[in-house]
Design a protein. Structure first.
Length: 186
């Protein structure tokens, strides 16, 4: 059982029999009346985003979500295929359930798959991904980290802005929450 005081980004709650994950929240204390909380919730089954206001102190059931660590294998037939690291069982998850994280997964990536009543509803990546630059303009001598940026295509096909000094074949760290370049690896 959760209360509104437990609200945080990433909290999974159940509303009207549907599992939701909290995207954002804001506590509001008006001059008159009781405090309330404005939230943005994403339905884990449909992907729809809901703006909802709760009175301070309301109670909620936690979503009946089972988290399983799995390894990403490959993409095919409009599905992404994963393998359970403990049982070696393989499952296919429809592309629309993986849309948010597909740009950061390469073969062998360990992810967390969320199941609701035995059905996969979402995939969560690690916070950072190390990916190789496959295509970009060549770096020039004298370019520094603080300079401008240039477009690059990573091994997953994701397009990103990177510093001028990076070249094809360099491995970089990318923040999977924002999709932004963090640093060069190695």
């Amino acid at each position: 059982m959760f209360s509104t005081s437990d609200f945080r980004k990433g909290l999974k709650i159940e509303l009207e029999g549907q599992p939701y994950i909290m995207i954002d929240f804001l506590h509001v204390k008006p001059g008159k009346g009781g405090a309330f909380i404005r939230t943005r919730l994403k339905n884990l089954i449909t992907g729809a985003v809901l703006n909802k206001t709760f009175r301070s102190g309301e109670k909620f059931e936690g979503a009946n979500i089972e988290e399983t660590v799995m390894q990403y294998l490959y993409e095919g037939d409009n599905e992404f295929h994963f393998m359970n690291n403990e049982t070696y069982e393989q499952i296919g998850i429809p592309s629309e359930k993986v849309e948010d994280v597909k740009n950061f997964m390469k073969e062998g990536t360990t992810v967390t798959v969320l199941f609701h009543k035995g059905i996969p509803v979402s995939v969560e990546c690690p916070l950072f991904a190390e990916l190789e630059i496959k295509e970009t303009a060549p770096g020039m001598k004298g370019d520094t980290v603080s300079g401008g940026g240039k477009p690059a295509v990573l091994e997953t096909g994701y397009r990103i802005q990177v510093p001028l000094f990076l070249n094809e074949g360099d491995v970089i760290k990318v923040d999977t929450r924002t999709g932004e370049y963090i640093e060069r690896v190695g």
